[in-house]
Each structure stands twice: as C-alpha cells, then as structure tokens.
Design a protein around this ligand. Structure first.
Ligand code: NCD
Length: 297
C-alpha cells in the first residue's frame, strides 16, 4: 500500500485484505488494539457522516482522536495558508491524519513532505476513496461479488466526487457502471467517455442490480447552475421502485435531501440500504486505519 490513501485505484490484493479485515471486525466486533496511537483529522469542508465515522472507527481500534474543523476560530481566519496549517498539524506527530479539502492538488508538495500517512476524506469534486470503498463493501455484502453487476448512478454526476471514485473502484471490481442524468450534469472528462449515459430515468431502471442516487452538489455548480430544475425528473418515486428488480439495492452516500433524492412514499422500501452503508463504513474505516497503522509501525 502506498503511504497515503488519496485515490480509489486500489490493488486487488489491498482490497481483499481490507474487505476481509472489515468482515472480521463486523462479525466478531473484536478489533486490533492501537491503544495510545493518535489520529488527527482536519476538515476544510463540511461533514457529518464521514467525520463522525472516522472518529468512531478510530476509537473502536483504541486510538485517541483529535479533530480540527477549519472555521472562524482557526488560524485560516487570521490568514494562514492551508499548506502551513497542515504542516503544523503534521509537526505535532499524530500517527495518522484524515484530511478533507476542496483541492488536494494545491497541497501536493506538503503531502509529499510529511511522512505521516494521510487518508483522504474527500478531495473537491475529484475523489472520496473511503466512500467508494464502503459502497463497494456494502454491494459485496448484499450481492456477494461485484463482477458482472449492473450499477446505475443517478443525479448530479458531474460534480460528485463519490460518483468519480465509484466509477474507478466499481469498474475495477468488474461491475458495469452506467449513469443517468440530464446532459448538462454528465461529466465531460475523457475517463467518462466509455460509461453509458441515459438522459431519462424510466423503465430501463429494471435492468440494474444497484441504484445509487447522488444529491445535487449545490455548493459546486458551474454552468449547470441554471439547470438544476432538470434534476426534478430524476427523483426516485414509487413507479421507479415498482419497475426495479425485487432484489435490487438502492444506495446513497448522504446527505440525502428530502423530496430531491427519493420521494417520501418510497423511503420505507426494504431495498434501500443507506443506513447499512453508514454502519459498514465504520467497520471499514477501522479496518483501513488498522492496516495503515500496522504498516507504518
Ligand atoms: C459526500 C461528500 O461529502 O462527498 N458525503 C459523504 O461524505 N458521505 C456526498 C455529498 O456531500 O453529497
């Protein structure tokens, strides 16, 4: 495993070790104990699930956890650069760092310098590797394997780091990924060109084994700012659930927006596994941090 976890292009060997350690933690609730190790997290963008999931996961493996939220009370408000804040936090020598930032590229020289392993908790529109890992783990849990599964991601694909990380990881694991969104919400980078795109959400949903809904990324909109009402036709409603396979699963990384992602009438459908994603995410992050702490000993 490389020093940091910043992208979603993991080796099969790494994924096997991670998923089997996660299985072990989930089934036995017996964790490796890293008592006395310290994990520091630093978030430059808002977070609810990811931040608390990392904190709970760290405490489950016996680590102490220190969190720095970049806001009006930190040195950023006094003019300190993000690079400097990060270097200072690293100088306090935590054993592992968790980082969320709008653009890891501008931190790359700092990330090269610090010899403490860093896990990305979200990099702008680009990457959210641990979300993709926990999504893949959840799919594997309900479907046994990803090979040959048909996955449909619906919504604001263009601005979603979750969509991008899942494209990389789920494809690597042998799933066939497609997207469904208005044309203006379709990513235009070349790596998306082979991904089938549907511009209407209709009966074709019945072909898919996994349906992942993604929220409108209101905070990141570009030219599509004036077209967000086009997404109204992509809200999952009772008809979509009726068309879908009886054993399909529906995922969402959160935050799920009421009325924009699913209509309230469908929320009790047992095919929705959103809280399972959240539950498994903690075991998976405990497993990932255990592996990294073990390897950096
Ligand atoms: C996502 C994120 O922040 O990238 N949420 C998460 O981490 N579970 C998705 C989102 O904000 O839409």
């Amino acid at each position: 495993m490389s020093h940091h976890v910043l992208e979603s292009n993991f080796s099969h060997e790494f994924l096997e070790e991670l998923f089997s350690t996660t299985d072990l933690f989930l089934k036995s609730k017996k964790y490796t104990n890293f008592n006395g190790q310290l994990i520091a997290s630093i978030f430059y963008e808002p977070s609810t699930r990811t931040r608390s999931s990392f904190e709970i996961a760290a405490k489950r493996i016996g680590c102490n956890f220190v969190h720095l939220n970049i806001d009006a009370y930190t040195s950023s408000s006094k003019g300190e650069s993000d690079q400097d804040t990060l270097l200072n936090l690293a100088a306090m020598k935590p054993d592992l760092m968790i980082l969320r930032h709008s653009n890891f590229k501008c931190l790359s020289s700092v990330l090269e310098q610090i010899n403490i392993p860093v896990i990305s908790a979200g990099d702008g529109k680009k990457e959210h590797p641990t979300q993709a890992l926990l999504d893949a783990y959840t799919i594997r849990h309900f479907k046994t394997q990803l090979k040959g599964l048909k996955v449909l991601m619906i919504g604001d694909i263009k601005n979603s780091r979750v969509a991008n990380s899942n494209r990389v990881l789920l494809t690597k694991l042998g799933a066939e990924v497609s997207i469904c969104c208005p044309d203006i919400f379709k990513p235009n980078q070349p790596e998306w060109s082979d991904i089938p795109h549907y511009s209407h959400l209709d009966e074709k949903i019945k072909k898919f084994d996994v349906i992942m809904k993604l929220r409108l990324q209101k905070e990141r909109l570009g030219e599509e700012r004036d077209s967000f009402s086009d997404l109204r036709a992509f809200v999952l409603n009772p008809q979509h659930f009726e068309w879908s396979k009886k054993d399909a699963i529906f995922l969402h990384p959160g935050p799920k927006i009421d009325g924009e992602d699913f209509l309230p009438e469908v929320l009790n459908d047992s095919r929705i596994k959103i809280l399972k994603q959240v539950e498994f995410g903690v075991y998976l992050r405990s497993a990932l941090m255990s592996m990294m702490l073990e390897k950096s000993k």
